[in-house]
Design a protein around this ligand. Sequence first.
Ligand code: MN
Length: 725
Amino acid sequence: MTTDNSKYEKMLTTLIEEAKKNLSKVDEALLIKAFNYSLEAHKDDIRASGEPYIVHPYSVAMIILEEFPVDDITIASALLHDVVEDTDIKIDFIKKEFGKEVAEIVDGVTKISGIFRGQEINKAENYSKFLLSIVKDIRVIFVKFADRLHNMRTLEFVNPDKQRRISLETLEVYAPLAHRFGLGRIKWELEDLAFKYLNREAYEEIARKLQTKRKDREAYIKKFTAPIIEELDKLNIKYEISGRPKHLYSIYLKMIKRNKPFEEIYDLFAVRIIIDSDNPTICYTVYGIINLIYSPIPSRFKDYIAIPKVNNYQSIHMTVYGPEGRRVEVQIRTRKMHEVAEKGFAAHWKYKENRTNIDKELENWVNWIREIFENTTNKDDARKELIENFKLNLYQNEVFVYTPKGDLKRLPVGSTPVDFAFEIHSKIGHHCIGAKVNGKIVPLDTPLKTGDQVEILTSKNHHPNKNWLNFVKTSKAKSEIRKWLNAEEQEIIQKGKEIWERKTKKLKLNFSNEDLMRIIHTHKYDNSRQFFKAIAQGSLNVDEILTAKKTKEEKDKQNDLDFNKFADIARGEVGGILIDGKKSSILYDYAKCCNPIPGDPVIGYITIGEGIKIHRKNCVNLINLSSIDPSKLVAVQWPETDSNLFVAGILIRGNDRPGLVRDISHSIVTYRNTNIRTFNISSNSPIFEGKISLYVQNLEHLNGIIERLKKIKEVTFVERFENEL
Ligand code: MN
């Protein structure tokens, strides 16, 4: 036990020493507490290697100090990363003891492990959970990668099935993610370790061949670098020059892809020159020196210093013919660029002046994810889109294209001139009408290729159209187009509404909501938005609707007037109403709601201030009025005009014209004091149809009226109508 204790003490001392070496500020007490806490929590656990479990969290913490020296919080989190997952300790306890930040990182690592387990990562939901947890705190991903790296380094102790499963997962999920985060060194170590367990034969063969070739290789590299070193020393440039280690897995992939033996692939030598200066121009000086010594292969020159890769990788890549005509790949970069290439985000963290850069990069991630979620209404769609975009960004394939001024733009593969236009400025995108690629006019959906020079043609009157959504690739273009389409539709609807309101106002027409909905449905629109849109776009003739309505209103008004006039005459003809069977001086008036005319069964209702109102007996108002006081009803009758009267019906049709109803009623009531019982008019422009019931003495009386009506101008049809009216 004493041996163990002193061993643990030594581990802790080493950890704190390394932390002080690599971090700008170390909370020693926090690290001691986390270490001892983890030691205690895992005291009953043993690793597959037979070692005490604490070796694992300790190693993970050490990897972080070496690879991602971010801060002491991350180290404490690394020490505690398996505590919640493997023991009974709850996250709340961690929070209480170590603070919110540590607790959130430990929680994040625990959750990510769950997400990654098995093939679950292929499910969209897990991707989004995963991404959201990353954007919450990037330190979660550092701990997770360190955890995985240590597990891979100690994978020999687990059974072959588990070795395979973990290796596959590492190759398919962790390595591409490490690449995305710019963790170059971690990526290749993970790949080589996974390769070892997935294809041990190939791995060992390549490793063996590398070993036997090592001496030759080193000798050649020495020969190659000697003249370069001489020149660099002359110029007093500080550098580190090395034969770049080739990763076994990448050699293997090349052998497979190009179907060539190891020897041919490995014929390509690789040298890396790291400049001990922050001044990138020195890289170009070195590039110039090498160009003077060896002949370069121009097509193999890549300047990632001027145009960094999406994961911030910067370097100059060149290939030259070295001694004996053998091709040598050379990478030139500054120390800082090298750290970024190997350690990604963590390196940014170390170079504090670049803090804004990581913040910006992180912000881009957050915005990207937010954009996807906000622009889709359906959660499943959002997830699908997220996966697609994630794949797109992860297995990044990009094209580099130029503006007419020579500025470079980076776009996802398959991007079109429209994507490019929005990339330059949303205004350019909005007014984009055409595009020239390398001077030639092309369709807007043409996929762009690296090196294309793209010029966007704009027109102030041109706007995004729906069809663009079928081919644009960038989420920026997509969301801008959608935004515009929504706004455009809103504007069109508003315009249609204004036209409608202006015209109805001009014609002094009033539409109730019900009227409007009836019209909308008559014209087969689902809602008012569609209706107003149709008006604005001119696909619906609003004047026709309004004219019909106006004509109808005028006719109704005229009919009312005609009827009132007719009713007055008819009532006068019979000599007014009898109250309680006799002529009376009591004030009375005819109710406007049912407009009784001679012949209608009537009843009186005593009102305050307006005397007796005469209603038809079947008047809806009178029947329905709940406030009707039965004691206020009085019996009233029309005077008997003649005995032996009977009701007859007449159907009359004609071409509608103002005053027609008046002429008809006048014609009837002035013929032998005929009383009209009812008069129903239906006018379906331009045809007029009326059903009249009236009191006649005999057939001759009725025929006389029919003959009279036939003579009225625009009346085309008059006939006796037998049905009950
Ligand atoms: Mn672990």
